[in-house]
Design a protein around this ligand. Structure first.
Ligand code: ADP
Ligand code: MG
Length: 244
């Protein structure tokens, strides 16, 4: 089962995984209130659909006034968003997330999944953040680093060091990164996630790591253990999926 970015970010907060502050609007009427809850001076208006590549299809707008944020959000509501990941038919936008804009110094890539070959949890990281990772894997495979986690020990320092090295992080950032990886791993295991993709994971101008995007999938067979996740199901998305 997939969930929306805003739901994933709410779950991340419970695990001390750094995300921006934001507010979701479920209808046009809620937009003004949502925009008010985000202090600015930069607002980012993000269409909530179960597909990535939204930036390329007009589903992510960065604006610098609350009026523009309201305007962009109103225009996004109900639109049929076509991205490289939606298929030709696109997806109708039924909710919009408004979040704080960040000053980005660098965009990185991080994902966590169950490695098919070993059935162990693996982290994949790359300095090539914000791009289509499959294209990166094909064109520049050296830019991608996979670290497999031993289930008996969990994330250990040498795992983090390998990823740190691949991402070229300085001492301050590597401390933040170590906490991030451990919290993500705990989240992945405790919630029975099957995929977690943060693209981009950013370094802000003031040297903080932040998960700017969040794609999370859960193992359907484990949902009976997680009523709090089952509750996040969006039937609108699943109907659209079936029609494709
Ligand atoms: P998608 O992957 O669906 O295109 P993202 O959330 O990754 O959506 O956003 C696309 C791009 O928009 C990011 O790579 C980033 O450059 C920019 N962006 C997204 N959220 C923010 C934010 N809160 N502040 C600043 N820029 C953002
Ligand atoms: Mg993204």
């Amino acid at each position: 089962m997939n969930i929306h970015e805003h739901q994933a970010k709410d779950l991340f907060k419970e695990y001390n995984i750094p995300v921006s502050n934001g507010s979701v609007a479920f209808s046009k009427k809620e937009i003004e209130q949502s925009v008010k809850e985000v202090p600015g001076p930069i607002w980012v208006v993000k269409a909530q659909i179960h597909a990535g590549g939204r930036g390329k299809g007009g589903g992510v707008k960065v604006v610098s006034s609350s009026d523009e944020a309201i305007n962009s959000a109103e225009n996004m509501f109900g639109m049929n968003l076509i991205t490289p990941q939606t298929g030709k038919k696109g997806k109708i936008v039924n909710r919009v997330y408004i979040e704080n804009g960040s000053d980005i110094e660098k965009e990185l890539y991080l994902s966590c999944l169950v490695d098919r070959a070993t059935s162990k949890i693996a982290f994949i990281v790359s300095k090539m953040g914000g791009m289509d990772i499959e294209a990166v894997a094909k064109d520049t495979p050296n830019e991608i680093t996979t670290v497999i986690i031993e289930p008996s020990s969990g994330v250990v320092d040498t795992d983090v060091e390998k990823m740190n090295k691949a991402l070229d992080l300085d001492e301050n950032l590597s401390k933040q990164f170590s906490d991030l990886v451990k919290n993500l791993y705990r989240f992945f295991v405790e919630k029975d996630a099957s995929l977690l993709e943060i693209n981009p994971l950013i370094i802000t101008k003031d040297q903080k790591l932040l998960c700017l995007d969040a794609k999370v999938n859960f193992d359907d067979n484990s949902l009976f253990r997680h009523p709090e996740i089952e509750e996040l199901r969006d039937p609108n998305e699943e109907d659209q999926h079936e029609k494709e």
